[in-house]
Design a protein around this ligand. Sequence first.
Ligand SMILES: Nc1ncnc2c1ncn2[C@@H]1O[C@H](COP(=O)(O)OP(=O)(O)OP(=O)(O)O)[C@@H](O)[C@H]1O
Length: 234
Amino acid sequence: MPDFAGHVNNFASAAVDLVKVYGSGDTAVRALDGVTAGFPPAAFSAIMGPSGSGKSTLMHCLAGLDTATSGAALLGGKDLTRLSDNTLTRVRRDRIGFVFQAFNLLPTLTAEENILLPLNLAGRRADRAWFRQLVQALGLSPRLAHRPSEMSGGQQQRVALARALVTRPEVIFADEPTGNLDSTSSTDVLNLLRQAVREFGQTIVMVTHDDRAASYADHVVRMADGRVVQAVAA
Ligand SMILES: Nc1ncnc2c1ncn2[C@@H]1O[C@H](COP(=O)(O)OP(=O)(O)OP(=O)(O)O)[C@@H](O)[C@H]1O
């Protein structure tokens, strides 16, 4: 990418020559082999590629969930690879939202309690108007008192999305968010991700191996063998 370094601050999230090696010696795996890619603000981006191409590793480094071997993982222009563990924990809690394939809701909490959990953990007050707007947009009003076991997969993923959106994070990282859903629920969740970008200006970076899921994104970064092979606006 020409003159990428001069533009990294324009991206909500960016990788600059990011390298991640797992293990050492003969068994070393170069999961990221010099990845440079930028994810624009208020846009829906997808990281695509076959199994083992490094998608999850890239997302984990960009989200401060994993450390890189070299290179930079920038959030709002700040290099996460240079932060202490404590600072990184705060950055993840305060500035990043997560949506996972397995929903990762707490089974003993109701939908409402799950959604509000990140705010409670951070000791922040809920903006009740924003909470109500989200719950309504995600069609969760009748489900707020339900526990995850009392909800469908699609409903659980909508709760997880509300939980990610409620803090208004700089970036939401979604790792195969439709991987456990049937096609109707997948379509719902993908439309809601797009809606969050269009209506709330949310920045979303989604990892997927599914072409149909990626077709909902504004930008697609394609990976193969730990490298970016194509970056296009959809
Ligand atoms: N903790 C680890 N230890 C060793 N190797 C790992 C580890 N995590 C990932 N790898 C290797 O790094 C490479 C990239 O893995 P990664 O999970 O990022 O790929 P992916 O594109 O997300 O794959 P999938 O779509 O199957 O989840 C693979 O060769 C994988 O085996």
